[in-house]
Design a binder for this molecule. Structure first.
Ligand code: HEM
Ligand SMILES: *[C@@H]1O[C@H](CO)[C@@H](O)[C@H](O)[C@H]1NC(C)=O
Ligand SMILES: *[C@@H]1O[C@H](CO)[C@@H](O)[C@H](O)[C@H]1NC(C)=O
Ligand SMILES: CC(=O)N[C@H]1CO[C@H](CO)[C@@H](O)[C@@H]1O
Length: 337
């Protein structure tokens, strides 16, 4: 069957309206071991593939997959719309993954591999959105040798992806607390979720140009001078300036938690208290009394991990499609035709 473009467009717009909102919708329909009967191997397949890939790239991959999950959930809900490739042509669609905040995303190939195996084992059953949720958990869990949090399943895949929405829905590293709180609130997440989920910045990297405004200022004539954001530790700022060299440097990356860049620990909060949060959005947590009240407790690893479990589960429910909404995509990069 071929669908004429206007019909397809109407369908996409309607599905978009249904999928929109982004709040916590049919989340009650998600459940543990959703594929127990329909595809018993599903969770093991994802886990084995992720573990093998993390073994090859333990420093970078867990961070990539965790961030992928966050970005997916913040645009149209956790519906794998982030995985859809842009389509070319004059009436082509610029997809979410081509929006600026997505330029440094990774891990798509891991999801593709898991999907390919699952389509061979149980075709049309396991959603790309659930693979993303499982992959994030499994990747971060490798270093612990146990599952760090439970993943509820049963998400369906969305049929719309727009770059413009990624730009407006993903919080910016230069956001202040008000903006961050509003961004999370629009997804049904509160200040506590914001503070705890930000702890994900205990792993992974950041590009210099995304925090260089905290290190340099430029005069109207264009001359660049060192200038340290007063909320940034001066010694740390000097190290970052040395590493980054120029404000427009988009090629250099630095670890967000230099003391243990790949360990999923509570150092994010330890760093934060020392003025060593990398982005303005990290430092912004110290400007809110409610957030400050939580940060000290979160410097204890056991407490952080326990709280992260709850917060990431909540994030995983944002705007999900369930039941007969959306579809089970056959190829995570392409909407079924
Ligand atoms: C609170 C608002 C947030 C902002 C403004 C923000 C912003 C950013 C930025 C700008 C980067 C660096 C990207 C780059 O330079 O390549 C980054 C990295 C990362 N973010 Fe966030 N983020 C936020 C919340 C979150 C949340 C909720 C999670 C997950 C639960 C998360 C997980 C990550 C991870 C793991 C990385 C490292 C990615 C890598 O190394 O490839 N972030 N974030
Ligand atoms: C936070 O940023 C927004 C713009 O994103 C701005 O309108 C607002 O005044 C800022 N709030 C504070 C408290 O600085
Ligand atoms: C990085 O900066 C260079 C030079 O300013 C620019 O040509 C390039 O498009 C930038 N790359 C990204 C990914 O933004
Ligand atoms: C991972 C990914 O899809 N990155 C894309 C982000 O956007 C840029 C610019 O449009 C693309 O070139 C990347 O391929």
């Amino acid at each position: 069957m071929t669908i004429a473009p206007p019909t397809l467009l109407a369908f996409v717009v309607l599905a978009g309206a249904l999928a929109g909102g982004g709040g916590v919708v049919d989340a009650a329909l998600l459940k543990a071991h959703f594929y127990r009967h329909s595809c018993p191997a599903a969770e093991a397949v994802v886990r084995d593939i992720v573990q093998a890939r993390v073994a090859e790239d333990p420093a970078a991959l867990p961070a990539r997959l965790l961030r992928l999950f966050f970005h997916d959930c913040f645009v149209r809900g956790c519906d794998a719309s982030l995985l859809i490739d842009s389509t070319g042509g004059s009436n082509g669609n610029a997809a979410e993954k081509d929006a600026a905040p997505n330029r440094s995303l990774g891990g798509f190939d891991v999801v593709d591999t898991a999907k390919a195996v699952l389509e061979a084992v149980c075709p049309g059953v396991v959603s790309c959105a659930d693979i993303v949720a499982l992959a994030a958990r499994d990747a971060v869990s490798v270093q612990f040798g146990r599952e760090l949090w439970d993943v509820q399943l049963g998400r369906r895949d969305g049929v719309v992806s727009r770059a413009s929405e990624a730009l407006s829905d993903i919080p910016s590293p230069s956001d202040n607390f008000t903006a961050l709180e509003a961004s999370f609130a629009s997804k049904g997440l509160d200040v506590k979720d914001l503070v705890i989920l930000s702890g994900a910045h205990t792993i992974g990297i950041g590009h210099c140009n995304l925090f260089s405004s905290r290190l340099f200022s430029s005069t109207p004539t264009g001359a660049v001078t060192p200038a340290t954001d007063p909320t940034l530790n001066a010694a740390y700022a000097a190290q970052l300036r040395w590493a980054c060299r120029s404000p427009s440097n988009n090629a250099t990356v630095v670890p967000m938690d230099p003391s243990s860049p790949a360990r999923f620990d509570s150092h994010y909060y330890v760093n934060l208290k020392l003025g060593r949060g990398l982005f303005t959005s990290d430092a912004a947590l110290l400007t809110d009394r409610r957030a400050v009240g939580m940060i000290h407790g979160l410097t204890k690893e056991g407490h952080f991990l326990k709280e992260f479990k709850n917060a990431v589960r909540k994030m995983g429910r944002v705007g999900v499609l369930t039941g007969d909404q959306g579809e089970i995509r056959r190829n995570c990069r392409v909407i079924n035709s």
